[in-house]
Design a protein around this ligand. Structure first.
Ligand SMILES: *[C@@H]1O[C@H](CO)[C@@H](O)[C@H](O)[C@H]1NC(C)=O
Ligand SMILES: *[C@@H]1O[C@H](CO)[C@@H](O)[C@H](O)[C@H]1NC(C)=O
Ligand SMILES: *[C@@H]1O[C@H](CO)[C@@H](O)[C@H](O)[C@H]1NC(C)=O
Ligand SMILES: *[C@@H]1O[C@H](CO)[C@@H](O)[C@H](O)[C@H]1NC(C)=O
Length: 376
């Protein structure tokens, strides 16, 4: 019985919403896109979690939404009718409804994306339509197949174009969608890079709204992660200066510091894996190195850990000038200060960070020894 009423309610909703001419264009409904991407890395998982929000990831959520948006009078009337029916009548109605539901068919993801892209591309539509279209795309592009379909629909050129929108919320949401779609997806990365998104995203880092800068940095990282071309472009566009400025500005949101350190560790790792390609001067920017080292002494354990990872990876690079770490960054002193700070923490996590700190100290001393001996 309860199940039947649920179906009946659902049907009313389907008929009143989906059969109307506005259909999914105005619905904000997204179904079947709960496919979290695999992430081999704990840090990446944490970051991914931080970035999740909004959208309908389940049918249940959609139903709640649909009920909230339909005419309560109609719903009440329908359920009262249902309560007066005999079991036979109910069975018959149930069969009819099932058949009707199959006929109605939900719109496919590709159709939803097409509608969203058309809405986004239509500047005469009000702002809410654009925001809703972006929200829908945000959920849809989590599916790797959808991200590739979106490319075929010409969606990325529209998204990149609106990175230049005059409203910060629109720019922010567009960056978020582009980042989501580019994550672990070389095909999308390539196209979005070719459309010139990186320069625009880097410009967005200067935004006065924190959320815009956070989403821009998220998108930058997603675009250049494991992507050698994207990384070269980032280096050409003075990515080192951009990251150094973020890390040196203590007024900025801590999420920006964390994301920057995460990206730096990732870039160094990428260089380690491609030792044959000419190493860029990125990690000889002494101001950047100093900003990374100084981040280590934060009272935020997570930030300390991310800084340590970044330093470890940079120290492993052949071209790194270890003397710079010693003389200019005062790595010795900051490591010692961090040791004392970690001592004050009681969490188990602090012990993990401390062992990473010891590892960095060791790597540092070994590299320093090598250089000193070579000089003898
Ligand atoms: C843009 O939206 C307006 C208002 O809904 C509509 O009249 C117009 O046809 C749309 N333009 C395109 C190109 O779809
Ligand atoms: C966006 O609209 C323009 C015309 O205003 C059109 O030329 C272009 O093809 C549209 N792009 C997409 C992806 O729909
Ligand atoms: C961004 O907007 C400015 C002016 O609003 C315009 O001059 C510039 O060409 C636009 N850039 C892109 C990539 O659309
Ligand atoms: C670094 O390691 C060396 C050798 O184990 C040790 O003597 C030194 O105290 C360590 N320094 C810090 C800051 O942990």
């Amino acid at each position: 019985m309860a199940k039947f009423i649920l179906i009946a309610v659902f049907m009313v909703v389907l008929i009143t919403n989906f059969a109307s001419s506005e259909v999914a264009a105005s619905s904000g409904v997204v179904v079947g896109s709960s496919n979290p991407k695999e992430e081999g890395n704990k840090l990446a998982m944490v970051q991914e979690e931080e970035d999740m929000d909004g959208g309908f990831s389940s049918l249940d959520g959609m139903l709640q939404w649909a009920i909230g948006h339909s005419d309560p009078g109609v719903l009440k009337e329908r359920s009262e009718v249902a309560q007066r029916m005999s079991p036979e009548e109910l069975n018959k109605r149930q069969t009819e409804l099932k058949e009707l539901m199959e006929k109605l068919k939900m719109p496919s993801d590709a159709q939803l994306m097409l509608i969203a892209v058309n809405d986004l591309n239509n500047s005469s539509l009000p702002l809410e339509h654009h925001l809703r279209a972006l929200e829908e795309l945000l959920v849809l592009v989590e599916h790797i197949d959808n991200a590739i379909d979106l490319q075929k629909l010409g969606g990325f050129s529209v998204l990149v174009r609106i990175l230049n929108h005059s409203v910060p919320e629109i720019r922010t949401a567009a960056a978020w969608v582009l980042g989501k779609a580019s994550q672990n997806n070389p095909i999308v990365q390539k196209q979005v890079l070719e459309l010139g998104a990186l320069t625009m995203l880097m410009k967005m880092m200067k935004s006065h709204t924190t959320e815009e800068a956070v989403k821009a940095l998220f998108a930058i990282s997603a675009l250049i992660r494991n992507n050698v071309n994207g990384q070269s472009l980032f280096y050409q566009e003075a990515g080192d200066t951009m990251l150094q400025e973020v890390l040196s500005n203590s007024n900025l949101d801590i999420r920006l510091h964390k994301k920057s350190l995460f990206l730096i560790a990732d870039l160094a790792e990428s260089q380690l894996e491609n030792e044959n390609t000419a190493e860029v001067s990125f990690f000889s920017n002494r101001l950047l190195l100093k900003a990374i080292v100084d981040s280590m002494a934060s009272s935020d354990l997570d930030l300390t850990e991310k800084a340590l990872y970044a330093i470890k990876n940079i120290l492993l690079l052949r071209s790194t000038e270890v003397q710079l770490f010693k003389d200019f960054c005062k790595l010795n002193e900051v490591l010692e200060r961090t040791r004392q700070q970690l001592n004050d923490h009681r969490e188990e996590y602090a012990m993990d960070v401390e062992s990473l700190r010891k590892e960095v100290n060791l790597t540092f001393l070994q590299k320093l020894n090598k250089v000193t001996q070579a000089a003898l």
